[in-house]
Design a protein around this ligand. Structure first.
Ligand SMILES: NC(=O)c1ccc[n+]([C@@H]2O[C@H](COP(=O)([O-])OP(=O)(O)OC[C@H]3O[C@@H](n4cnc5c(N)ncnc54)[C@H](OP(=O)(O)O)[C@@H]3O)[C@@H](O)[C@H]2O)c1
Length: 250
């Protein structure tokens, strides 16, 4: 792979598994120094071992204001700046509106939208001209998928944040865009609250709806994220790039 991100400093929130982990690997392969965050001790240890010396793996809760502030102070002291910010940490809990849990609604709100909003605010002093932010939204920000009301609302809010932040950051020549995955085969489905048979059934039913006839993989989302972060996307801001096998496009 080309060294197109040589010596750039990239932060990937939620970079220990799934899409964030694949993106951290791709950024390192393209020459970047990467900082990844997560919470689960096993996933943090696994990421540290797999990503090697070009990754700083930090336990930090992306939904917690104090931990976010501490993270950005540490990055400032250790690296001085951020060139690429991938706001990827997210959680999904599924359930129909009548039975969905209010506590889970609040958790998703804190992690999926309040956290990224706070992270952008804390990161701003570290972002210079030419820096790029990518946030991870989802096809559900434009599709009505039963059982995902709270999760989808957080992602629609995140999509809106990209537009507003793009307007505010454009004068500083900082770009912000969204990558919008369709169903991607990552550990997230095992954390949604669905039983294992439910997860298998959900994946099968999604595949029947995806024009390309399969789930996506994390490397495919990583590739789109690297494009949005790259100089190749230098005239793109406020936009959303779907990586969904056509699910929400056709
Ligand atoms: N997979 C899909 O089909 C799909 C589709 C559309 C959008 N997305 C979005 O893609 C993003 C990544 O999901 P994924 O599919 O790669 O799932 P994943 O494998 O579960 O990865 C989620 C990552 O986020 C971290 N994370 C979650 N909450 C966190 C918090 N409060 N603080 C720090 N880290 C946190 C997790 O680490 P810990 O386990 O340590 O918390 C993990 O590293 C999410 O925003 C998700 O909404 C996924």
């Amino acid at each position: 792979m080309s060294q197109q991100f040589k010596d750039q400093i990239a932060l990937v929130t939620g970079g220990t598994t799934g899409i964030g982990f694949a993106t951290a690997k791709a950024l390192i392969a393209a020459g970047a120094q990467v900082i990844v965050t997560g919470r689960n001790p096993q996933s943090l240890a696994h990421a540290k071992a797999e990503l090697g010396p070009k990754a700083e793996v930090i336990a930090s809760d992306a939904s917690d204001e104090v931990e976010l502030k501490r993270l950005f102070v540490r990055i400032k002291d250790q690296f001085g700046r951020i060139d690429i910010l991938f706001l990827n940490a997210g959680i999904a809990k599924f359930g129909g509106i009548p039975e969905a849990s209010l506590a889970e609604f609040d958790d998703m709100w804190r992690t999926n939208i309040r956290g990224p909003w706070l992270a952008i605010r804390e990161a701003l002093p570290l972002l210079g001209e030419g820096a790029s932010i990518v946030v991870n939204t989802s096809v559900v920000d434009i599709k009505g998928m039963a059982g995902t009301s709270a999760y989808s609302a957080t992602k629609a809010a995140l999509r809106s944040l990209v537009r507003t932040a793009a307007a505010e950051l454009a004068p500083r020549k900082i770009r912000i865009n969204a990558v919008s995955p369709g169903p991607i085969d990552t550990p997230i489905f095992g954390k949604t609250g669905m039983p294992a048979e439910g997860v298998a059934g959900f994946k099968e039913s999604m595949i029947t709806q995806i024009p390309l006839g399969r789930l996506g993989n994390a490397d495919e989302v990583a590739a789109a994220t690297l494009f949005l972060a790259s100089k190749g996307a230098s005239f793109i801001t406020g936009s959303e790039l779907a990586v969904d096998g056509g699910l929400a496009q056709i």
